[in-house]
Design a protein around this ligand. Structure first.
Ligand code: KIV
Length: 298
């Protein structure tokens, strides 16, 4: 069972921490921390919807921070969005570390005002056992400002891994439903369509909460099931293609901005970014090579 820390010794985002030496003249610089993973549970308790957006480099990091996302996920979708792969499988731990650092460099706000930074554990960084997973997640938390990791599934082996990560002090967000790292087994279709698999997913969600996940992504599952999971769990459910009855929503920013060649049906583009940018750049090229070529507009 998840226990929400609430005592006075709990450090919250708004509370600067660091040594208090009594004498103000001797005080060390304060080191406030951004939003803590556990604080998302408070948002659920207060009925405050949570918004999470992905980012893959410093420019996208700056954009989603300025847009006001509560948390920024450096998802392994960057394999497809930023690196041109057909699936999320090829991205490496080193690439996740590299891109998470780049995203964090795009944040402009003071540390306490920055969104919570979460990094996906890539394929094969946690499937080979808890010790390897602790090393992988530990490296991300040690060498980047990420404060939490996300990983997919809830098979017995994954539960064991999450249990170890959480006990080692590493906050974990779970991910059920369409889990892209299992694309070769599950495809990209909607998951948990029948009652048996829905009950299985519900049990898996409870297991993830009981080993200490601070939030759970539900991807491409029936809305009614997502609502059932939301009502069952104390931790927030974060939906993508899971209807509106979730405690929050997550989206792949490149999909919302229409930068990807195709968007999933559950995540339509808000703007045709590809067309907009191509057209702006075409105009610039035409200006340079066309009728304005002799004008001094450099
Ligand atoms: O990798 C990713 O971007 C994700 C989101 C779809 C939740 O896992």
């Amino acid at each position: 069972m998840w226990l929400l820390p609430s005592g006075p010794d709990q450090i919250w985002a708004s509370e600067p921490h660091g040594p208090s030496l009594g004498d103000a003249s001797n005080e060390l610089p304060r080191n406030p921390l951004p939003l803590r993973p556990n604080e998302l549970i408070r948002h659920k308790q207060n009925g405050r919807p949570i918004s999470i957006l992905t980012a893959w480099d410093s420019l996208s990091g700056a954009i989603v921070e300025q847009a006001g996302a509560d948390a920024v996920l450096v998802g392994d979708s960057l394999a497809m969005v930023a690196l041109g792969h057909a699936t999320t499988l090829p991205v490496t731990l080193e690439q996740m570390r590299h891109h998470t650092l780049a995203v964090s460099r795009g944040f402009q706000a003071a540390p306490a005002e920055q969104p919570l930074l979460i990094c996906d554990l890539p394929f094969l960084s946690y499937q080979c056992g808890a010790a390897k997973a602790v090393e992988a997640a530990g490296l991300l938390l040690k060498e980047t400002p990420a404060a939490a990791v996300k990983l997919e599934g809830a098979e017995a082996e994954v539960i064991e891994v999450i249990d170890r990560l959480v006990r080692m002090g590493i906050p974990v967000m779970g991910h059920l439903g369409l889990t892209p790292q299992s694309v070769h087994r599950l495809g990209y279709r909607r998951q948990a369509e029948d009652r048996i698999s829905q009950e299985r997913l519900l049990r898996q969600a409870e297991s993830l909460e009981s080993v200490g996940c601070f939030a759970l992504v539900l991807e491409h599952v029936p809305a009614a099931l997502a609502g059932e999971v939301r009502r069952t769990l104390a931790i927030p459910t974060i939906g993508i293609g899971a209807g509106s009855d979730c405690d929050g929503q997550v989206r792949v920013t490149a999909d919302l901005l229409g930068l990807t060649p195709r968007q999933p049906p559950f995540s339509p583009a808000l703007v045709n970014g590809q067309k907009l940018f191509v057209s702006a750049l075409k105009t610039w090229i035409e200006d340079q090579t066309g009728s304005n070529i002799n004008q001094d507009n450099t």
